[in-house]
Design a protein around this ligand. Structure first.
Ligand code: BGC
Ligand code: ZN
Length: 370
């Protein structure tokens, strides 16, 4: 049997990242001719992988004492089953992360909003990820990437989460009958914050994107490059900016800090929506001005919305927006892709960069040429 190398952790055991071995998958493992065998080219890692390696999050698949990491994938199709029509060998693809459980939402292709407590996510929870040499999956989950976006590779998955967050906000705001948002605050200028800023700019909103570091820096340059305003929270608070430019119609929170998620609630405008996207695996507690928040939330008919993961349609929307972003703000988005690591064997360096390199906006592994 051909074996492949993989980057794995032992969930529950802090800092257990290591090299594991897996059998090379076969296209016929997926029934009814629906298999797609993909050769992995690049895989991105993010704060979720860091939290999994810190043993704050994630579970191994049943029967394994390790979990292969990696949920931001980019690869090239090697072989397809007889029923697969939408991709063919040689196509570039990414892959969705979550797999269906048993709820009605799972059955209609919306596992991203499963109502079950247990969720199955490749590289995160109960399913192996993509940080290996090949993977096979059902055609339903394999999403084609146009060749002209090859240079944005691993951004497809974080983009899908940003696309879902924005789409859900618009969908939820139909409660207002007319909603024509003009002003958005995005907290956090990591990959989700930056990609959300892009989507909102493409929808014509004025966007203020908040992060700690003082401009100029790479984040501030990317934010200005997509026509948004970068604000360093060392210099101005959310409240300062709201006092200057008005309260936002939309807040998208993507800092990874639950404290900021609550703080941002204090600036949202009437009829506004705040979307939380951060995965905070810790146990932090904060004090909040509860009466005040409650009062203003009621008097302003405000909405707080959580958004996780993304299904196939969000991937497709995200990819379409990456394409629009490329022609609108040429050369800017790829600047997120700061920090490649060569080869699966360099897993220690991958984790070191993910944990220590504060300049790295995006660490990704160059698994193979292609
Ligand atoms: C992934 C999502 C996933 C979420 C929760 C994020 O890092 O990008 O696909 O649903 O973590 O596990
Ligand atoms: Zn992620």
């Amino acid at each position: 049997m051909h074996m492949m190398k993989a980057i794995a952790v032992r969930p529950g055991q802090p800092n257990s990242v290591h090299l594991a071995e897996l059998a090379k998958p076969n296209v016929n493992q997926i029934p009814n001719g629906r298999g797609v065998l993909v050769r992995v080219l690049k895989v991105g890692v993010d704060a979720t992988d860091r939290e999994i390696n810190d043993a704050l999050y994630g579970n191994a698949p049943p029967g394994y004492n390790f979990l292969v990491l990696g949920h931001e994938s980019f690869g090239i199709v090697e072989e397809v089953g007889s029923a697969v029509k939408h991709v063919k060998p040689g196509d570039y693809v990414t892959c969705t992360v979550r797999r269906p459980g048993g709820s009605i939402f799972d059955m209609i292709g919306r596992s991203d909003i499963t109502s079950e407590e247990i969720y199955y996510e490749r590289g995160i929870n109960l399913l192996h990820g993509f940080l290996t040499e090949y993977y096979v999956d059902d055609a339903e989950f394999v999403v084609r990437m146009p060749i002209g976006l090859k240079h944005l590779h691993v951004l497809a998955e974080p983009m899908s989460c940003a696309a879902k967050a924005v789409q859900q906000a618009y969908e939820a705001q139909r409660r207002l009958q007319v909603w024509d948002p003009k002003l958005a605050f995005v907290t956090g200028a990591g990959q989700i914050g930056l990609l959300t800023t892009l989507i909102l700019r493409l929808r014509g909103l004025e966007v203020y994107t908040f992060a700690r570091g003082e401009a100029p820096n790479l984040k501030s340059e990317i934010v200005s490059g997509i026509g948004a305003h970068y604000v360093s929270t060392n210099q101005k608070s959310l409240k300062d900016v709201a006092a200057e430019v008005g309260r936002p119609d939309l807040v998208v929170e993507a800092t990874g800090s639950s404290a900021i998620a609550f703080a941002a609630m204090e600036v949202l405008g009437h009829n506004g929506v705040e979307v939380w996207t951060s995965i905070t695996g810790g146990q932090r507690t904060v004090q909040v001005p509860a009466d005040n928040l409650n009062l203003n939330w009621v008097l302003g008919n405000k909405l707080l919305l959580g958004s996780v993961n993304a299904n196939r349609r969000h991937f497709e929307q995200g990819i379409a927006d990456l394409a629009l972003g490329e022609v609108t703000y040429p050369g800017v988005i790829e600047r997120i892709l700061t920090t490649p690591v060569k080869g699966i064997e360099n897993y220690k360096e991958m984790m070191r960069l993910l944990v220590e390199d504060k300049q790295a906006l995006k660490v990704y592994v160059d698994v193979a040429e292609g």
